[in-house]
Design a protein around this ligand. Sequence first.
Ligand code: ATP
Ligand code: MG
Length: 440
Amino acid sequence: MRLSRYFMPILKENPKEAEIVSHRLMLRAGMIRQQSQGIYSWLPLGKRVLDKVNAIIREEQNRAGAIELSMPTLQSAELWQESGRYDAYGKEMLRIKDRQDRPMLYGPTNEEMVTDIFRSSVKSYKDLPINLYHIQLKFRDEIRPRFGTMRSREFMMKDAYSFDLTSEGAEHSYNKMFAAYLRTFDRLGLRAIPMRADTGPIGGKLSHEFIILADTGESEVFCHKDFVGFDIPGEHTDFDSVEGLKAIFDKWTSLYAATSEMHDEAAFNAVPEGDRLSARGIEVGHIFYFGTKYSEPMGAKVQGPDGKEHFVHMGSYGIGPTRLVPAIIEASHDDNGIIWPASVAPFDIVVINMKAGDQACDDTCELIHAALTKAGKDVLYDDTDDRAGTKFATADLIGVPVQIIAGPRAVANGEVEVKDRKTGARETMTIEAAINRFVA
Ligand code: ATP
Ligand code: MG
């Protein structure tokens, strides 16, 4: 991708409205634009990161056996009247009428709709367990949208819904998502700690929030510091092993961890003082087991092996991709800008032409751009005629992990400089060596 033909509206000044670093950097790097209060466009650079985050979420959901579908954003009020939540949900729900005056709503979540899909076709325990998910926009008319896409009114959610015959089965489904979440956040370069949580308007019996520790987080959290070093379930985790997943769940819930709503001062004080971590955190995921809370009022039942009808046991599992992007920035930045983990970087490499128009520099950059693109890398080529200082500042701001810098003097020797965005380390090497480093 040539920068001269790309759309990346960089801001030179610090936007006044941004109170936290991630919001500031997302605006400065031209990743997002606010369209109205708490409603954002994702500009091309931001969209690239969001897509990479979603790809990782999707891979881990699929690995854990969940099945993707797509449900609409607009829902009919009828379904919500069936569950009893139409009145209970309050002002966060955006209620709309269509031209026939029928009440509709912009979905804040999808328990009712997915239960409706389920009950329309699944009739036997033999089709269970099943877990259906989608990655879709939600709307909640938050009283105080703020911090950019961290807390917006329209936001994206990956929401999964599990259906089981028994509560034991549902517990295994819960543990699958629990392990999948640990893997997902780890691959996004984050350390998320599962904390016992309140179930809120979703309702239910068992619930964990996945929290990233960050000074700018909106939640107050308390946990044992050993969570910071716990092992993440590996790529070959057997998601069908009931005992294996139970062991992961038990390990990750063996020490104290709770948000302020669920905080138990006495239990926390029982943790040795040096091991207590009391901090602020960002909620990036939330999982619930709520049994038959929706299946009963909505009549979602299957025939069991005993020949009788049983209401299914359900759980729901949310992750917020449009909150994760700023959360990743909160966890990984410096004074010069964003430092993307390689897994979600908008580009793998930026090639910086220090003297656009100079034949040797142009040829070298073209060669590197073509070779790395051919090797499957996402390459941004800064072919603009901006000053060197501007180019360096932009490359640092947008946080691409590797910069390959081609200046006239080095190129005359057949060399370029390779800079690591995170460490700042620079290395001079031949053009061929620079290409080979990233092709291998
Ligand atoms: P919060 O407590 O932050 O208001 P919630 O508990 O209401 O969130 P859930 O219903 O648990 O949210 O939604 C699942 C996930 O969706 C959250 O963990 C979060 O990552 C994301 N999310 C929820 N609300 C927002 C929002 N207003 N903006 C961005 N992401 C959100
Ligand atoms: Mg929540």
